[in-house]
Design a protein around this ligand. Sequence first.
Ligand code: FE
Ligand code: FE
Length: 164
Amino acid sequence: MKLESLKELYIEELRDIYSAEKQITKALPKMAKAASSPDLQAAFKEHLEQTKVHVERLEQIFEQLGTSPKGKTCKAMEGLVEEGSELMEEDAEPEVLDAGLIAAAQRVEHYEIAAYGTVRTYAELLKEKKAVGLLQETLDEEGETDKKLTELATSLVNLEAAAR
Ligand code: FE
Ligand code: FE
């Protein structure tokens, strides 16, 4: 399909992040299961609930645009999820695995932060005010999650792994 306008690119990018979020809702329960630290398990579970809301916000935006969120596969997220799966298959000390899970999750968050920053800006340019608000809310939550993962990594998981 030929992209003729910023609006079309905006919709394509929204479909990409929609696919990414759907993939994350499937990956996060597995990551929570694989984590040993109760704090990390809780963080993954909390972000799963947030992620379900991220999907709903995107669906609201698509409804307003009068078009379907489906039709695109986020290949970048497929790759990130695949790397996470490979990690979970490794024979690893629990604390070391936790550190690796945090690293994998932060890659996902940074991808999302980049993607949401872009679509939020496109929505501003296109004067899609309601979408700007919804996308900004999600962007803020991705940022908070990233910060929380950094705190978990430094305060607990990486230190425990280093002590082995
Ligand atoms: Fe998200
Ligand atoms: Fe996220």
